[in-house]
Design a protein around this ligand. Structure first.
Ligand code: PLP
Length: 375
């Protein structure tokens, strides 16, 4: 039986065209980019060409683009730097951020390095902007606001410009985890008031193990990882040349076909939403499904029964990949902190379905058909 992969918000299939441009750097072009001989300079050139291409697609300057090991490392770097180097003593965040952000902030809180405020959420899971402004206005300390652009579990999208403008007004530093939107949504950083954003190639058909950190040219920070002078002294360690080249190629391809891919993937999401509503009694959906929401993610809650409690397991037996929560907790039975924060109903079982351009309407039909049996 063919596998149906509906867990694209966790990770995606590597595009063969991306692998093709990576291959030379996995084989014959292995020279050290930091060396002085020309064989190494070739790989340095590949990294800098990738940086320019990524910068252009984000409408940023190449000097603002840093390659890291993953989205998690990028957020760790930004949040630590905001506290250590930019004087932030207060962090405003939300209870529905990815663990890459929440656990980093909790760590700093446990060290007594910061105080943390959690902004209120509206019933549809969006940030309460009035509460955000209240929190910003009430603080005298330098503040970091860390709010994600699109939520990986429910798909809700932040009005990044509105939050950025509020941060500007109150002289706060703004970090946005954009791991779900880089490669999925056009970003124009020259015209977006944000200090740090993050990305990960494996979310848009690039390789695993390579991340992006954008640092606005007006902020100066120190490295998070110490060692050699790579990434202009900002991220030590011999560069992941094939990963960086793959990041740029995957990003170029994603942005080339963004219009058609996003429209197509959106039709799958809305079709599945409609079919589930029609065929599964008592089904509910999380977040602002039909509103300000990412086209790739559909979070559904099923009425809890003995059968539905086994749903992820049974989907797996039927070769259907879906997730119970964020990527790192797929398969774990703790339940999701995001779902708990927006709509805690102990009588529901939540499953996240997330789509890519490789999915089809026939796959949606097959999954809905299977779900009819499984719940
Ligand atoms: N932030 C969000 C919103 C994510 O969805 C993920 C991946 O699940 C991450 C951060 C972590 O990215 P990475 O696995 O590249 O560290």
């Amino acid at each position: 039986m063919q596998r149906i992969y509906f867990d694209n918000a966790a990770t995606t299939a590597l595009d063969p065209k991306v692998l093709e441009v990576m291959m030379p750097y996995l084989t014959e072009k292995f020279g050290n980019p930091s060396s002085i001989y020309s064989y190494g300079r070739e790989t340095r050139m590949a990294i800098e060409t990738a940086r320019k291409s990524v910068a252009k697609l984000l409408n940023a300057h190449p000097a603002e683009i840093f390659f890291t090991g993953c989205g998690t490392e990028s957020s760790n770097t930004a949040i630590h730097a905001a506290v250590r180097d930019l004087g932030c003593k207060h962090i405003i965040t939300s209870p529905i951020e990815h663990h890459a952000v929440t656990h980093t902030i909790q760590h700093l809180d446990n060290l007594d390095a910061v105080t943390v405020s959690y902004v209120k959420l509206l019933p549809d899971g969006h940030i309460d902007m009035e509460d955000l402004e209240k929190l910003l206005a009430a603080t005298e300390e330098k503040t970091l606001v860390s709010l994600m652009h699109a939520n990986n579990e429910i798909g809700n999208m932040l009005d990044i410009h509105a939050v950025g403008n509020l941060c500007k007004l109150y002289n706060a530093i703004f970090h946005s985890d954009t791991v779900q939107t880089v490669g999925h949504f056009p970003l124009d950083l020259r015209n977006t008031p944000v200090h740090f954003i993050t990305g990960a190639a494996h979310k848009f058909h690039g390789p695993k193990g390579v991340g992006l950190l954008y640092i606005n040219e007006n902020v100066r920070i120190k490295p998070f990882i110490h060692g050699g002078g790579q990434e202009r002294n900002m991220r030590a360690g011999t560069e992941n040349v094939y990963g960086i080249v793959g990041f740029a190629k995957a990003f170029e391809l994603a942005m080339e076909t963004y219009e058609t891919d996003s429209a197509y993937i959106g039709t799958l999401k809305y079709y599945m939403h409609e079919q589930l509503k029609k065929h599964i009694p008592g089904i509910a959906f999380n977040g602002d499904v039909l509103g300000r929401s990412l086209y790739t993610v559909l979070s559904a809650s099923f009425v809890k029964t003995e059968r539905s409690e086994m749903i992820l397991f049974n989907l797996d037996i039927n070769h259907i990949c879906a997730s119970g929560g964020s990527a790192c907790t797929s398969g774990a039975d703790q339940g999701s902190h995001v779902i708990r924060a927006i709509n805690f109903n102990p009588n529901q079982i939540t499953v996240r379905f997330s789509f890519s351009k490789h999915n089809t309407k026939e796959e949606v039909d097959a999954v809905v058909e299977k779900l009819k049996e499984l719940v």
